[in-house]
Design a protein around this ligand. Sequence first.
Ligand code: CS2
Length: 484
Amino acid sequence: MEAVLPDVPRLSRSVPAAKVGIVHLGPGAFFRSFGAIFTEDAMAAHGGDWGICAVSLRSPSARDQLGPQEGVYTSVTLAPEGRHPRVIGSVSRILVAPEDPQAVLDAMTAPDVRIVSLTITEKGYCHEPSTGLLRLEHPDIRADIEAPSRRKSAPGLVVEALARRRAEGHPPFTVLSCDNLPDNGRLVRGVVLDLARVLDPALAAWIEQTVRFPATMVDRITPATTVHDIAGLARSEGYHDPACVVHEPFRQWVIEDDFTDGARPAWDAAGAQFVRDVAPFETMKLRCLNGTHSALAYLGYLAGHGTIADAVADPPFAALCRHLWEREILPTVPQPEGEDLVAYCDALLDRYRNPAICHRTWQIAMDGSQKLPQRLLGTVQDNLAEGRPVPGLALAVAAWMRYVGGVDEAGGAIDVRDPLADRLKAASEGADEPSGKVAALLAVGDVFPSSLASDRVFREAVSGAYEGLCRIGARAMVVALTGA
Ligand code: CS2
């Protein structure tokens, strides 16, 4: 993603960087299209020293992109009627944890830092997706327990920084998870406490009593930036910005208003909603948006659709979304205050149709083992408990099973990216018959709670769908389900 047009200068900072008040772990595209912009808008509206120190936990690419530009980058809104670039300056500093863990811990320990926020994706929490508990055998967690000064994982860094703040007499920071996980505040609190209990029970007790972990619901579709996006920006704006991000116009941030000493930017001035209970919003978003996103990703990929917009332009796939929302998802979603659930789903289909957004089904298909429980399986369980059938959700789960088998409908290899990819492929290859493959995959306890794996109605629905996918293919199965 380097220089694309000759003689185009690099984007550079024109206003001074704000003093750091937030350390953010995981400065990928979503953080740049979302939290960093809310913070920029909040500072513009109400001031405050809320500059962001962005910390990469693994690769130096964010630093390599943002560093030479002193943290500034372009956010490009992709509306159906045109592109709107805007330069964002709220990132004041960039660090790469594996290169300089000490600098990261110093930044997190600074008294002026009042918030540590996270967009580290589902797998960054090192938890078991089906239970939410910290995996003590996770390689990064094992390394954290063995070498406290070189903490690697996000929970490890948070625990170490809180220990130092406690020792130095500084108030704790608020830990703000901005990942697509149900009850993400409780989840991050759980993994932080699980690790702290192993390392230092007194510290764990202090964290339990004093540290706040508000829950959030985050929403803005942000496909991976491509070389074409960077080249297009260079042509239209006359500068080179490899850190640019592209995203839809829509954004929604719902936050539990529970910050240590109330210290936070005026994100509400930028349109964020502060509420007492985020759960209904989170369930709505994870099940309606992410659930259909994943269904479209696996079934669409198998049917040969490269992007979400391509998939929903194919009538049976738009009908699949409607079927899922009306019959299998909305009956399980509580009513969030101020939301019209039917209008919400109609708007989702328009968002998916946005022709300017090239969101690859392959990108959304990544890390399915970490995503399925909150996107599809919780919905399945709620339906089964009420005696309702789940043919569409079972088809989506079966499509995931086909996908992780690693072979597409034309016999080509699928590049499956998932922390459990090897285990899933081995499970699939270990059996010859469709029913044996389904049984082997249902037995992966990290993904499927045992009560669900042993549910006869669910097993039969998934086996039938899987067998149909092998026999007539994904598109024909979607047609058969929806009648479209
Ligand atoms: C997507 C999400 O990649 C994925 O798994 O479903 O990133 C989705 O685009 C966002 O959650 C939208 O807010």
